[in-house]
Design a protein around this ligand. Sequence first.
Ligand code: G6P
Length: 629
Amino acid sequence: MCGIVGYIGNREATPILLSGLKRLEYRGYDSAGLALLEDLPRAVSTNGHSSSLINSTRLVIEKCKGKVTDLETLSARSPHHSTIGIGHTRWATHGIPSDTNSHPHTDQQERLAIIHNGIVENYSHIKDRLLARGHTFRSETDTEVLAHLIGEFYAEKQNLTEAVRLALNEVVGAYGIAVVAADSPNEIVCARKGSPLVIGVGNDNDYFIASDAAAIIAHTRQVIYLSDNEMATVSRSGIKTRTISNIEITKQVEVVEMELEAIEKGGFDHFMLKEIHEQPQTITDAMRGRVIEEEGNIVLGGLQNHLDALRQAKRLIITACGTSFHAGLIGKYMIEQYARVPVEIEYASEFRYRNPIVNDDDVMFGISQSGETADTLAAMREGKRKGALALGIVNVVGSTIARESDGGVYIHAGPEIGVASTKAFTSQLTVLSLLTIMLGRMRHLSVVDGRSMIRELLEVPEKAQSILDDTESKIEEMAQIFKDAANFLYLGRGYNYPVALEGALKLKEISYIHAEGYPAAEMKHGPIALIDENMPVVVVAPQDDVYEKVLSNIQEVRARKGHVIAIATEGDEQIKKLAEQVIFIPQTLPLFTPILSVIPLQLLSYYIATARGCNVDQPRNLAKSVTVE
Ligand code: G6P
């Protein structure tokens, strides 16, 4: 996601900020920027005849779309001397990657600058209020709105810490922020809620701020970690910490023991494992600001202009590739069940070349993590050409599919670095769940049903966390048992048939073991011939409408001496007697089970691949973004 760096001390700030930003590049970003407080000696007239020099401070902002090296070039063109500043790498969430949307953002008076990681959910509400008071905005970002709000309080209170604190009390959402102001040249105010922030204590009365210790460990390993709802005022003489409800607190200085590479991976051995573990957070982020529980409804900003088309659509067409295709397949099951609209789903590479039938009242969804997959893009263009409304479900803001679509929904999963997609998949499913509720509420779903679905969905992140907490070590042990298998079969029915496809794909991608995913009942039409004592069969068997049928399929595997690994619902005693290995997941509504049932399958592929010594983050022959057909 976005990265934050800050420095206050006696040294030149710019090189420290730029080198910090470079350390954060691995997180993925699309633009970068700095705000510096530059000391300007200024001549003032003292008695009408003579003049003397005093220091005044100027706020300097440098920012651009592109890489940190582009920012470095920009900054070198007119060097500014400063010993206090903040820097940011942006991963767009509101507004395309552009110079204007890059951070830092300033307030109406341009007295202060802010950098921000996270999402201000209620920004449009605050923006409307500020617009009514005569504010004007340059960017499309939620962050600029926060800058203006802080600016209002700053004008009133003349105290930066208090201004930030009062503004944050109005914010709904997630943030890690750092703020500087020209009139307060000796302090950086920072705060955190749901987006990490660490303060480094240097040796020379200097202090560092970062969203990730990787940015500052070249300077110091002594750090203070802010917790949610805490803020700090960092000056050259020390750090003052308080909660955003204004209770002073004392924080412990801790020592970072990890090496740089481990910090970048959040302490995990691979980005893939880190991304698997991020899922409770990324599923939450996909829902953030979109749920109106009381009305049992969903608001998806990027679809607001197309509500009539969605209401009147006779058919939806989903197109995608790879893991995104599997998410789309689950989307079809969800939408058809709850919104009762026919949904066709097709591999983008097939759709684009087979002269598909597309009608004017069709609505097409292209699902793509990267937003750059050549086949998905071409399929979307083809659908548009034939008259469909083309909407995107995309992770990367400002990507080609996002730009060329008529509208869409961002999944807000943050950069996915591991080539094998994990967190993007569960975020896509979360967005498809929201879409299902929204389309359902336009048609046959009652407010009461909408509400109860929303309540269940809101519990999914916590359940995902419990799967990670409770099953990982068992799965790691299981990987040792099955790592030398030559083939794997994955079975599932209903909502979990695509999960079986995805589980098999994950295993192939990173462990190079041949794996097939199948609808469980189809096994008897072919794959059953392969089952013997050497074949592990992963069966996704939560207690849903087709549970009893899946149990029969498990019996069929056992009768042929296959090894059954079951993914089952907590408390299922029956399955323990049938399967050799069982991984339990919490109960949820059947349509949401894939968000949970895929997590053990991701972990299983990961641990089998690492047990086989494979490079899980960069598997052979695979690319993260396939921009050729
Ligand atoms: C590649 C990646 C997969 C991804 C697929 C579709 O094959 O390795 O992880 O699922 O492309 O990518 P997209 O960015 O369109 O979701």
